[in-house]
Write a protein that binds this ligand. Structure first.
Ligand code: GLU
Length: 298
């Protein structure tokens, strides 16, 4: 694996982004990510952007969005205006989805969560473990891909709810060469082989959300000219999906810096419901922005 020293890399004029979802209060893990993005931009005469990832309109609220602005301002961060809010750019994601559909790499997936669960349970009851993705989620069954086009058509005409899913096998078959990404999270340059197959047929859009996280993140990183994606290790394996979508959609690949996660007392990754590590809670308890720097280990 080729290894280079980070300081040798051209990072002048980099463009970084902090991309939270307004579906809960920000915690120390978000502060670490936001600081690291802002620091990289400042140290390299670059630009620091804030992006609001609010495609899931059932969980995101204007109050949580306002809280993000308040928390980040309190931390002393500044970012460029206007802020890109994903809910205002559904057309961009739709165009990308249409490309994948036109390439015959996406298909309508009709199974409900409950139906998928039942299929997995039945298979596992028979002693066959169901394949799972790196986050432990069950891979989507093949049944929708096996439907005849007449059956697919009649379901669509009956207005059945469906999600668009990527046909992972066919998508990978399109590639001329193996996929890699440039990773710098360890402080050294590593070339990582991307293995998107382990995620199966990922969702591209749902009946209640016109785009998925994976699709909108690659479209936005390209449209915003992001050169360096600085985010938590929890998204490390998802980078394989992002690299595949970038390749299929002819989008540039940024450099990736996956940073350590801040763990709670239980040794698990912080969640938005853990109030004690919430930035607003810490602020109300009298902590200062320099305390937050110290608490996140910077
Ligand atoms: N919106 C994602 C989150 O809140 C982060 C996406 C990214 O940095 O790629 O976890």
């Amino acid at each position: 694996m080729p290894v280079e020293i980070m300081s040798d890399l051209p990072r002048q004029n980099c463009v970084t982004r902090f991309a939270p979802s307004p579906n809960g209060p920000l915690h120390l893990g978000h502060a670490l990510s936001a600081f690291m993005n802002a620091d990289m931009a400042r140290e390299n005469q670059g630009r620091f952007l804030l992006r609001i990832e609010d495609i899931d309109q059932t969980r995101c609220t204007p109050q949580f969005e306002q809280d993000i602005y308040d928390d980040l301002s309190w931390l002393g961060l500044t970012w460029e205006q206007p802020v890109r809010r994903q809910s205002q750019h559904f057309d961009d994601y739709r165009l990308a989805l249409e490309k994948l559909v036109a390439m015959d790499l996406a298909y309508p997936a009709f199974l409900t969560r409950g139906e998928v669960k039942a299929i997995v349970k039945a298979s596992e009851a028979g002693g066959t473990p169901w394949p799972r993705d790196p986050d432990g989620g069950a891979l989507y069954p093949d049944s929708d891909k096996q439907r005849s086009s007449a059956e697919r058509q009649s379901r669509l005409e009956a207005n059945a709810l469906f999600a668009w899913r990527l046909n992972m096998k066919n998508a990978i078959a399109q590639l001329d060469e193996p996929l890699f990404w440039d990773e710098f999270g360890s402080g050294q340059h590593q070339t990582i082989k991307a293995d998107p197959a382990q995620w199966g047929d990922v969702v591209l859009s749902r009946s209640d959300a016109p785009s998925s996280y994976h699709l909108s993140v690659v479209v936005d990183d390209a449209l915003q000219g992001i050169t360096d994606v600085v985010r938590g290790m929890d998204l490390y394996h998802a980078t394989a999906i992002h690299r595949l979508l970038q390749q299929l959609l002819s989008l540039p690949a940024p450099r990736y810096h996956h940073h350590r996660l801040i763990l709670g007392n239980d040794g698990r990754k912080l969640s938005k419901s853990q109030g004690s590590t919430g930035l607003a809670t810490l602020r109300a308890a009298g902590k200062t922005p320099s305390d937050i720097h110290r608490l996140v280990g910077l």
